[in-house]
Design a protein around this ligand. Structure first.
Ligand code: HAS
Length: 546
């Protein structure tokens, strides 16, 4: 089927980006272990900041979006039994690839080493901004693909409640539309600036527009993982989803609260009054609620599975889960990491506590548990059945697949543990080439034990990545086809508590109404501040620091 080919190409492009981006990971880990390996990369890659930019852009922006464009289009298409508009689906693929290649040229030439946050006044080559804009705009076609399938289904099924995968995809893409507007406006400024059409941009306004998108983008990364956790994990573990309507509530809360929270990245920025920051703190606590509901629903669904598999007693069901299934394993370990990751997020969001951790390596510690562990492991785990399903080719080296997940989890856990303490106890700054600086190494020498853990984690993660990429590329590129051995259908889970007759499911079904409320919330939380910033712009010219 053509949508299978589309999904395979999108996903493999994403994994190819992840492979290159991940390659730099151990170099960053070694840096925080006090070991400078960057000179080894010369003359191909010039310095730490080029490596860090490639790492952040390819892993956090490119891989995540391509995975979303795979899962959040393919799953609803399968669930509804409808074919997405294939012409537009392929246009979105080619836009993503074209944008990526255009942005790659300056990235590889060290002409865009501005990190994945591209804060002004750091200025990159115009091709970076233009390529990134084309890449991100390709996701707008994915929005259309899903809304179009949903509309067709609704026309044929008037009055029925939208099936769960489609409901998740619709709320997800609407959230992303609202969330991405900050980046779109910022891109217009940055493109004009890099072409020299305007002399300068206002750094505070650029940061604010960036973080307007920059926080919800983390839910753009997270929700495909949650979607797979709700829809496929309970079934793969041998059980059922405890509640379909609760899952809808979770996605609705993300639609409402993902966006009006961005100031929690700007607590240290002057030029935003503290009461606005406090409002965003409160709203951030609201956006943690759907994750807490998820913790409950997924754990309860796993318990159902464990007991169905024969697990007894208070905790016996945990051991009865199929830990030897690489997909289930990936989700279980990813969710375990997400517990401390989420708790750290609440620390970050707590206005005053943030002072202690902001701009230290605590922050990469936090987000490697979130996006580096749960989101990436959900994608890796899913690839183990999805590539066979899309190609008809069975998974090769299952043992290596299992090992890759244990090692990935272990490596990330050791690394993030060390980074949290190094940030919290010694305020070691993030994004700092400390291994290249004798003064920094002298200043941070009390941290030697934690630094050693970074080195260990770098080695473990390197092996984990090697095993994982071997498994998936060997699976996809082999000649053997055995359709009988692969999942013929997406393993959609059955729900115990169903949406039919549920008051909650009827309420969440009014998606456009809730979207309107989300817009109002954003206007209230951002409108006055943005109005003020746009009316008092303070443009500065571009600078290059590399
Ligand atoms: Fe964050 C910074 C606050 C979630 C990613 N975050 C970042 C950055 C990234 C990032 C990339 O308020 C750095 C950006 C930069 O470069 O500067 N974050 C939060 C909060 C949450 C949160 C409150 N973040 C995420 C997710 C991410 C992510 C998700 C990626 C996917 N974050 C912040 C703040 C900052 C920040 C500040 C700025 C800090 C600064 O000063 O710069 C919440 O959404 C977290 C809620 C999560 C929970 C956990 C629920 C637990 C679950 C697991 C259940 C377990 C089960 C297992 C089921 C409350 C769901 C059962 C297993 C068995 C074996 C039985």
């Amino acid at each position: 089927a053509p949508e299978k080919k589309y999904a395979l190409y999108m996903m493999m492009l994403g994994f190819a980006a992840l492979a290159l981006g991940t390659f730099f990971g151990p170099f960053q880990a070694m840096n925080y272990g006090g070991l400078d390996l960057y000179p080894l990369l010369k003359p191909v890659f010039q310095n730490y900041y080029q490596g860090l930019t490639l790492h952040g852009v390819l892993n956090a922006i490119v891989f995540t979006q391509l995975f979303a464009q795979t899962i959040m289009v393919y799953l609803p298409a399968r669930e509804l039994g409808l074919r997405p508009n294939m012409t537009l689906a392929w246009v979105s693929f080619w836009m993503a690839l074209g944008g990526l290649l255009l942005a790659a040229v300056p990235l590889l030439l060290n002409e865009a080493s501005v990190l994945y946050t591209f804060y002004a006044p750091l200025q990159a080559h115009w091709a970076f901004y233009l390529g990134a804009a084309i890449f991100v705009l390709s996701s707008y076609l994915s929005i259309y693909l899903v809304l179009d399938m949903w509309a067709r289904w609704r026309k044929a099924n008037p009055g029925k409640i939208t099936p769960l995968a489609t409901f998740m995809a619709v709320t997800f893409w609407l959230m992303w539309f609202l969330a991405s507007l900050g980046l779109v406006v910022e891109a217009l400024f940055l493109i004009a600036w890099s072409f020299g059409w305007i002399a300068g941009v206002d750094p505070l306004l650029m940061r604010t527009l960036f973080w307007y998108t920059g926080h919800p983008i983390v839910y753009f990364w997270l929700l495909p993982a949650y979607t797979l956790a709700y829809l496929t994990l309970p079934r793969l573990a041998g059980g059922k989803l405890v509640s379909d309507p609760l899952a809808r509530l979770v996605f609705l809360l993300f639609l409402l609260f993902s966006v009006p929270v961005g100031f929690h990245h700007q607590f240290a920025d002057p030029g935003i009054a503290p009461y606005w920051k406090m409002i965003h703190t409160v709203l951030t606590m609201m956006v943690a609620v759907p994750s807490l509901i998820t913790a409950f629903t997924i754990a309860a669904s796993l318990e159902v599975a464990g007991r169905a598999n024969g697990g007894k007693g208070l905790l016996g069901w945990i051991g009865a889960l199929p830990w030897n299934n690489p997909t289930v394993l990936a989700f279980l370990l990813g969710f375990l990491a997400f517990i401390p990751g989420g708790a750290g997020g609440m620390v970050n969001a707590s206005f005053n506590l943030n002072q202690n951790v902001h701009n230290t390596v605590w922050i990469p510690g936090h987000f490697h548990l979130q996006v580096g562990t749960l989101v990436t492991m959900a994608a890796m785990g899913t690839a183990f059945w999805l590539i066979p399903h899309l190609t008809g080719k069975p998974l090769v080296a299952r043992g290596m697949a299992v090992a890759s997940q244990w090692l990935w989890f272990l490596g990330m856990f050791i690394m993030t543990f060390a980074l949290h303490w190094m940030g919290f106890l010694y305020a070691i700054p993030r994004r700092a080439h400390i291994s290249g600086s004798p003064i920094a190494m002298e200043a941070y020498k009390e941290s030697a034990a934690w630094m050693a853990l970074n080195i260990v984690s770098g080695v473990i993660l390197f092996i984990a990545a090697f095993l994982f990429f071997y498994v998936i590329f060997a699976t996809a590129l082999q000649n053997r086809r055995e359709p009988g051995q692969v999942l013929a259908e997406v393993p959609f889970t059955e729900a115990i508590s169903k949406p039919q007759g549920s008051r909650l499911a009827q309420l969440t079904e009014r998606v456009w109404f809730w979207f309107g409320i989300a817009v109002v919330l954003v206007v209230l939380a951002y409108g006055p501040v943005l109005f003020q910033m746009f009316s008092n712009m303070n443009p500065v010219p571009g600078q290059r620091l590399w």
